[in-house]
Design a protein around this ligand. Structure first.
Ligand SMILES: *[C@@H]1O[C@H](CO)[C@@H](O)[C@H](O)[C@H]1NC(C)=O
Ligand SMILES: *[C@@H]1O[C@H](CO)[C@@H](O)[C@H](O)[C@H]1NC(C)=O
Length: 311
């Protein structure tokens, strides 16, 4: 009942071009195309997400392409070290508080695969109240607690000063931490603000109870975009008990021109239909040509590509 309602709201929120669906190569029979106008709303978020990789340069909004592509917001906080904690920032663009979290760098996410440390932890009820049975990836959670320590009070203060709309974006590891951050912020702020999540290339974050908790907290306001055959979102594997929360938006062709709305969790019409397995060798090889870095709504993480050898 709840999931059906969520899926319907999600489809409605995408204002689907049912009459003229975009061409779709895979999962054609049951997939629903996303209109170019809606895809375009993701582009500024992709730029904000990219800007997070620039660390302290966001203070002066001088991070090159991503900063030049969007109106300059007022930066309220910036943190992280691109090592243990990814760079992140909080900004106000006049109507929204934007929380953007980077993914450290492409190589760092490999530690997730290298370690095979798909260990769960039970999150503190101070972040996630009434979360019976919820377990999340211990590494993502530890990273989240460091980010939340800064982001929580800054966003709370902005809301105390009148902000009512919060949007969380991020890429890769930053997307996993973004799922945790958006869910935490909505629980923290309650009815005083509405939190949205527009996340790119998210790994799985937690167990079934976690996916349900995200859905119950954010519903169709949480959406995550997956680029075609990107392997990162297939990690950690479902066989370990991990599960994606609802509302994948899948880029269903290699050219990056076709977008599919995927309500429900692990929608089999979407990336799951490719039957990808997280083979580590393939994973490393594949990172060298990087479907992981986009393009998302036409935005490719060139900065990320350039720096992928570092760290
Ligand atoms: C999966 O997504 C398709 C649209 O692409 C939709 O028609 C279908 O209802 C979704 N499945 C579930 C279980 O929500
Ligand atoms: C702020 O960013 C959000 C998300 O991209 C956008 O919907 C909104 O229109 C922006 N507000 C202004 C005043 O530009």
């Amino acid at each position: 009942m709840k999931l059906v309602a969520t899926g319907t709201a999600f489809l409605a929120s995408l204002s689907l071009a049912l009459a003229a669906p975009a061409p779709v190569e895979l999962a054609e029979r049951s997939s629903v195309g996303v209109s170019p106008a809606v895809v375009n709303t993701w582009a500024p978020l992709a730029q904000y997400a990219t800007a997070a990789y620039c660390g302290g340069d966001v203070w002066s909004w001088t991070c090159g392409g991503p900063c030049n592509s969007v109106a300059r917001p007022t930066v309220l906080a910036q943190g992280g070290d691109a090592k243990a904690t990814p760079y992140f920032y909080v900004a106000n663009n006049g109507s929204h508080i934007i929380v953007s979290i980077s993914g450290t760098n492409t190589r760092s996410i490999l530690s997730l695969a290298d370690d095979l440390e798909f260990t769960f932890t039970t999150p503190s009820s101070s972040y996630f109240p009434n979360a019976a049975g919820v377990s999340v990836h211990h590494g993502f959670y530890n990273t989240f607690t460091r980010v939340a320590g800064t982001v929580g009070p800054v966003v709370q203060n902005a809301v105390n000063n009148g902000a009512t709309q919060v949007i969380v974006t991020g890429h890769s590891l930053g997307s996993a931490v973004g799922h945790l951050t958006a869910t935490y912020l909505q629980r923290l702020l309650g009815s005083s603000a509405t939190v949205y999540a527009r996340l790119f290339a998210s790994p799985r974050v937690g167990n079934q109870a976690w996916a349900d908790y995200v859905d119950a907290t954010l519903g169709s306001r949480a959406q995550h975009m997956i680029n075609y055959n990107d392997l990162i979102p297939t990690l950690p594997p479902r066989s370990f008990g991990f599960r994606q929360s609802s509302n994948e938006v899948w880029i269903s062709n290699a050219a990056g021109t076709s977008y599919v709305a995927c309500p429900g969790q692990e929608n089999t019409s979407c990336q799951d239909s490719m039957g990808l397995t997280a083979d580590i060798a393939k994973f490393i090889e594949y990172l060298d040509f990087g479907a992981h870095s986009g393009p998302y709504a036409g935005v490719k993480w060139l900065w990320l590509e350039k720096n992928k050898g570092e760290g």
